[in-house]
Design a protein around this ligand. Structure first.
Ligand SMILES: Cc1cc2nc3c(=O)[nH]c(=O)nc-3n(C[C@H](O)[C@H](O)[C@H](O)COP(=O)(O)OP(=O)(O)OC[C@H]3O[C@@H](n4cnc5c(N)ncnc54)[C@H](O)[C@@H]3O)c2cc1C
Length: 463
C-alpha cells in the first residue's frame, strides 16, 4: 500500500494553500495569528506544528479536505482535545474537530449522538437530567471519539465494560475522502476497526452510543499518606481479586504539586489513592470497601454516594492543559510481591519523579468479547500500569528513564502489549503493542480498502 507520508513535504505551495483555504471556513497556516490556538493540544509536551490546521464545522468540510489531501498526496491528522497528542504532525494537514459539537440525547431509547469535538463532561451533563449515564473515562475532559475509538476503559469498566463495546454507529470520513456510516450491519469491517483502531481508518465526524440508567453510584477515592504505601498497595493487591462484578478499582501513588485547588492534605507530598466505583446497593459497597478503609489512617475519605455526572471526582485527573509524559504496560497479575516491587521503584524514598504511578484492575466486563467483535484486543490483561510525569526538558529525561525502571521492576508480572489509549503514537511499534498479529493484519487489510493512498497519519503503523 502506498504511503504518502514518505514524501515529508515541508510547506504547501501557494496553489495548494489557495485550494485548501476554499474548502473550509477556518484554515490557518503557521504564520497566521489563529494557528497556535487552533493547534494547541491538551498535552503541552507535544509541539503540534502542521502544514495547515483546519477547524471544521461540518462533516462535508472533512470530506473536502481529505479529498484534497488525496489529490495533493499530503497526510491528514485529526485532533479533538489533544489529550492523546503524540508526535509532531509537521508534514500533515491537521483537522481539528472542536466545533463538531452536536449532542443529542434520545432519553426514551437510551442512546446519544455526539459530534467528534465533544468532550465527555458535556455528555455527562446532557444525560444527567434524564438519570442516564455514558461510559466516560477517568477524566471527563477527554474527547469522546478519541477515547472510544481506543476502547475506553473508565472508572466503572469492570462492571459496565468498555465504551467501544456500547457504540451503535459512526459517521466517518474514510481515508479515501468518502463520508460513510459504519454500524454492525453497514460497513461491518469499518465498524470492527473503528472500535479499538483509533484514527487508523478514518476521521469520525459523529458517534452514537448507548446510555445506561445510572443516576448515582457509590464511589470516590480513599487517600492515604505515602508512608503507608507498602501496606495500602499490599492490601489492595490481595483485596481486589475478590471483589464482585459491581466494583471497579485502581490504586495510584500520587505526587500532586501544591497548587490552587488541590486539597491541602494531599498537596505537595506523596500520597496513595484507592479509587472505587460501585453500581450496586451502597451498603454492600461500603461493606466491600471496609477492608481497605481499615488499612491505615485516611488523609481524605472521598467515597460516598455521588451523582454519576460527578464521575471525574473518582480519579481527580487534571483538567487544565499540561506537559505530560506517559508510560504504560499491561500486567498478567499483581500479587503482593508486585506491590512491594512497585513501592520500591516508585514509592517513598525512591526519588520517583512521576506525578502518577497507577495500577488499574482490568477484567470483569472488559474481558467479555462483545456480541459484535471489535479490534480492541487486550481483553485478557489483568492489570494496567500507567505512569504520568512532567514531559518537558530537563525533567522529562528522568521521568522517561524512571518509567522504564518501573516497568522493569514489574517485569516478572508483565503481560503482552498495551491498551490503545495508553500507547500513543502511530508508528509500527505502537501498533504491535496495541494489537496482536492477526488483528494488525486485518486492520492493515481494512485500511487498504478505505485509505488506499495511505493519507491518514493515524494508520501509519499499518503501512
Ligand atoms: C488525563 C488523562 C486521562 C485519561 N484517562 C483515560 C481513561 O480513563 N481511560 C482510557 O481509556 N483512556 C484515558 N486516557 C487516554 C485517552 O483516552 C486518549 O489519549 C484519547 O486518545 C484522547 O482522545 P482526545 O480526542 O481527547 O485526544 P486527541 O489528542 O484529540 O486525539 C487523540 C487520538 O484520538 C484519535 N481521534 C481523535 N479524534 C478522532 C476522530 N474524529 N476520528 C478518528 N480518530 C480520532 C486519533 O487517533 C487522535 O490522534 C486519558 C488521557 C489523559 C491525558
Amino acid at each position: 500500500m502506498p504511503d504518502c507520508l514518505g514524501d515529508h513535504v515541508t510547506d504547501l505551495t501557494a496553489t495548494q494553500r489557495a485550494a485548501l483555504s476554499s474548502l473550509a471556513g477556518a484554515v490557518c497556516y503557521p504564520e497566521d495569528e489563529g494557528y497556535a490556538g487552533l493547534c494547541a493540544p491538551w498535552n503541552q509536551a507535544v509541539a503540534t506544528r502542521p502544514l495547515a490546521v483546519v477547524g471544521v464545522t461540518y462533516a462535508d468540510e472533512v470530506v473536502r479536505v481529505v479529498a484534497f489531501a488525496n489529490v495533493a498526496q499530503i497526510p491528514v491528522a485529526v485532533q479533538a482535545s489533544g489529550h492523546g497528542a503524540f508526535v509532531p504532525v509537521d508534514d500533515a494537514i491537521l483537522i481539528v474537530t472542536r466545533a463538531l459539537d452536536e449532542i443529542t440525547i434520545h432519553a426514551e431509547e437510551r442512546w446519544a449522538r455526539v459530534g467528534a469535538g465533544v468532550r465527555w463532561q458535556a455528555v455527562l451533563d446532557a444525560a444527567a437530567p434524564f438519570g442516564l449515564a455514558a461510559l466516560a473515562g477517568s477524566s471527563p475532559s477527554v474527547g469522546v471519539v478519541g477515547y472510544t475509538t481506543g476502547g475506553g476503559h473508565g472508572p466503572l469498566a469492570r462492571t459496565l465494560g468498555l465504551a467501544s463495546d456500547r457504540v451503535r454507529a459512526f459517521d466517518v470520513v474514510t481515508g479515501d475522502g468518502v463520508l460513510r456510516r459504519a454500524t454492525a450491519s453497514q460497513e461491518p469491517d469499518l465498524f470492527w476497526g473503528l472500535r479499538g483502531g483509533k484514527g487508523a481508518l478514518g476521521i469520525v465526524t459523529a458517534i452514537e452510543f448507548d446510555l445506561l440508567p445510572i443516576p448515582t453510584i457509590h464511589g470516590g477515592g480513599l487517600w492515604f499518606d505515602g508512608a503507608d504505601a507498602r501496606a495500602v498497595l499490599r492490601a489492595w493487591a490481595t483485596w481486589c481479586p475478590g471483589l464482585p462484578a459491581e466494583a471497579t478499582t485502581s490504586v495510584a501513588l500520587m505526587q500532586i504539586p501544591d497548587m490552587p485547588g488541590v486539597p491541602p492534605p494531599i498537596a505537595g507530598r506523596m500520597t496513595v489513592a484507592v479509587r472505587f466505583a460501585w453500581t450496586g446497593d451502597p451498603a454492600a459497597g461500603e461493606a466491600a470497601l471496609a477492608p481497605m478503609r481499615a488499612v491505615a489512617p485516611l488523609l481524605i475519605d472521598g467515597v460516598a454516594v455521588m451523582p454519576y455526572v460527578a464521575l471525574g471526582m473518582i480519579h481527580m485527573d487534571p483538567v487544565d492543559p499540561l506537559p505530560a509524559f506517559e508510560g504504560h504496560a499491561l500486567l498478567s497479575s499483581f500479587p503482593a510481591e508486585a506491590a512491594d516491587a512497585l513501592v520500591a521503584a516508585a514509592g517513598p524514598g525512591s526519588g520517583s519523579p512521576q506525578v502518577v504511578t497507577e495500577i488499574r484492575q482490568l477484567g470483569g466486563a472488559v474481558a467479555v468479547e462483545p456480541a459484535v467483535p471489535s479490534a480492541f484486543a487486550r481483553r485478557d490483561a489483568a492489570y494496567s500500569l500507567f505512569t504520568v510525569g512532567i514531559g518537558v526538558p530537563p525533567v522529562v529525561e528522568a521521568v522517561e528513564a524512571h518509567a522504564a525502571a518501573v516497568r522493569s521492576a514489574l517485569g516478572s508480572w508483565t503481560g503482552k502489549g498495551g491498551l490503545p489509549n495508553f500507547s500513543p503514537g502511530v508508528d509500527q511499534v505502537r501498533f504491535m503493542r496495541a494489537f496482536p498479529a492477526d488483528v494488525h493484519v486485518r486492520l492493515a487489510s481494512v485500511a487498504r480498502t478505505y485509505d488506499p493512498n495511505g493519507i491518514l497519519v493515524g494508520g501509519r503503523g499499518l503501512r
